[in-house]
Design a protein around this ligand. Structure first.
Ligand code: AMP
Ligand code: MG
Length: 321
C-alpha cells in the first residue's frame, strides 16, 4: 500500500473523511501527538488500526468526539466530569467513565471493558475530520507498536510507511506528549496517565481528591487491573465442544458463534470482545475457542485469548503501544 501525505487543507480533510468512512485508518494531527484514527462504531476499521501498528495486544483506545454533548451520548457526563469537561475540553484531557449500554461503540475499542476513555481534541484538523465524519473516532498514537509517538507527519510516514493509506500533514503537534488520563469515580479521580494537565488542576476543578492507586503509585497505562476477562473458564485450541461448553469457532471450526467463518484475523479481532461477552451470557458452564491462526492480527487475538484462559489475576499487557 502506498502511503500518501496530504496537506491538511479542505481537500485533505475531505479525503481523510472519505477514507475513514470507508473503514481505512488515517493518521491525523492532534494537539498531543499524531493519532491513527478510525470510525469507532466499526469494529473492522478499528481492527485495521491494530493491524497497521503491528500491535501484539489489545488495549482500550481513546474515543475522540466533537464536544461534551457528543461525549454524553457515549457515557453519561456527571457533575464532576462536566466540570472537568468545561475547564479542559477541547484539550489534552482524557476522561475514563462508565459507558452507556448500546452506545454504538465497537467492543474492540474498549477491549470489552464497561468503561470508556473520551476526549474532545482541540486541534483544528482533528476537529474538522470529526465534524466531516460525524462519528466518534478511536485513535491511538500513529506509530508502529513499540516505537515512540509521532509529533510530525514525517515521523508517522517513517514509522507506518506502506501500512496506512493516508497521513494528513498539520505540522508539528503542540504538546508532543499524550493526554492526561483520569478515571472519574464518585469518591475521587484516579490518574491513569500523567500528561499536559496537572493532577492538582484536575482535583481543584472536579472538587474531588486524587485517589492513591495500589501501592500509592500512579498507575501506568499498561498496568491497569481493568482488563476485561470473561467470567467463565476458557479452553483454548478447541476443535469440538466438550460437555456444556459454548464453542467460539474460527475458520473451519464451526461453533455456537464464530470469530470469522473465513478465518480472517482482522474480522476475528473486530468480533472478539463481543463474542466473549455473548459467551459469558450464554448460560453455559464454560467457553471453548477454536485455534486462531497466529499471523498478523491473529497474534493479538491469541494473546487476548491466552490471558482470558490463564488463571486470574492476569499479567499486565504490553506497554508503550
Ligand atoms: P493511546 O490510545 O495509545 O493513547 O492509549 C490509550 C490509553 O488509555 C491506554 O493507556 C489505555 O490503557 C487507556 N484507557 C483507554 N480506555 C480505558 C479504560 N476504559 N479504562 C482505563 N484505561 C483506559
Ligand atoms: Mg502509543
Amino acid at each position: 500500500m502506498a502511503t500518501r501525505i496530504l496537506p491538511a487543507d479542505d481537500a485533505g480533510i475531505a479525503a481523510a473523511a472519505t477514507a475513514i468512512l470507508g473503514g481505512e485508518p488515517v493518521a491525523l494531527p492532534t494537539e498531543t501527538v499524531y493519532g491513527l484514527a478510525a470510525d469507532a462504531t466499526c469494529g473492522e476499521a478499528v481492527a485495521r488500526v491494530y493491524a497497521a501498528k503491528g500491535r501484539p495486544a489489545f488495549n482500550p483506545l481513546i474515543v475522540h468526539v466533537a464536544d461534551k454533548h457528543a461525549a454524553d451520548r457515549i457515557a453519561p457526563i456527571g457533575q464532576a466530569a462536566a466540570a472537568l469537561a468545561d475547564a479542559f475540553w477541547p484539550g489534552p484531557l482524557t476522561l475514563v467513565l462508565p459507558a452507556r449500554e448500546g452506545n454504538g461503540i465497537a467492543g474492540i475499542v474498549t477491549a470489552g471493558l464497561p468503561t470508556i476513555a473520551l476526549r474532545v481534541p482541540a486541534h483544528p484538523v482533528m476537529r474538522a475530520v470529526i465534524a466531516a465524519v460525524a462519528r466518534p473516532l478511536a485513535a491511538p498514537s500513529a506509530n508502529a507498536s513499540g516505537a515512540i509517538s509521532a509529533t510530525r507527519a514525517a515521523h508517522v510516514a517513517a514509522s507506518l510507511d506502506g501500512r496506512i493509506g493516508l497521513v494528513l500533514d498539520g505540522g508539528a503537534t503542540t504538546h508532543g506528549v499524550e493526554s492526561t488520563i483520569a478515571a472519574v469515580a464518585p469518591n475521587g479521580l484516579r490518574l491513569l496517565r500523567p500528561g499536559p494537565i496537572a493532577p492538582e488542576a484536575l482535583a481543584d476543578t472536579a472538587g474531588l481528591p486524587i485517589l492513591a492507586t495500589a501501592g500509592g503509585v500512579i498507575e501506568a497505562p499498561g498496568q491497569l487491573a481493568s482488563h476485561y476477562a470473561p467470567r467463565l473458564p476458557l479452553r483454548l485450541d478447541a476443535t469440538e465442544r466438550r460437555g456444556d461448553e459454548w464453542l467460539i469457532g474460527f475458520g473451519a471450526v464451526a461453533g455456537d458463534d464464530t470469530l470469522s467463518t473465513v478465518g480472517d484475523p482482522v474480522e476475528a479481532a473486530a468480533r472478539l470482545f463481543d463474542a466473549l461477552h455473548r459467551a459469558d451470557a450464554s448460560g453455559r458452564a464454560a467457553i471453548a475457542v477454536a485455534p486462531v491462526s497466529a499471523d498478523g492480527l491473529g497474534v493479538a487475538v491469541a494473546d487476548r485469548l491466552a490471558r482470558a484462559a490463564a488463571p486470574r489475576p492476569q499479567p499486565a499487557p504490553a506497554e508503550r503501544t
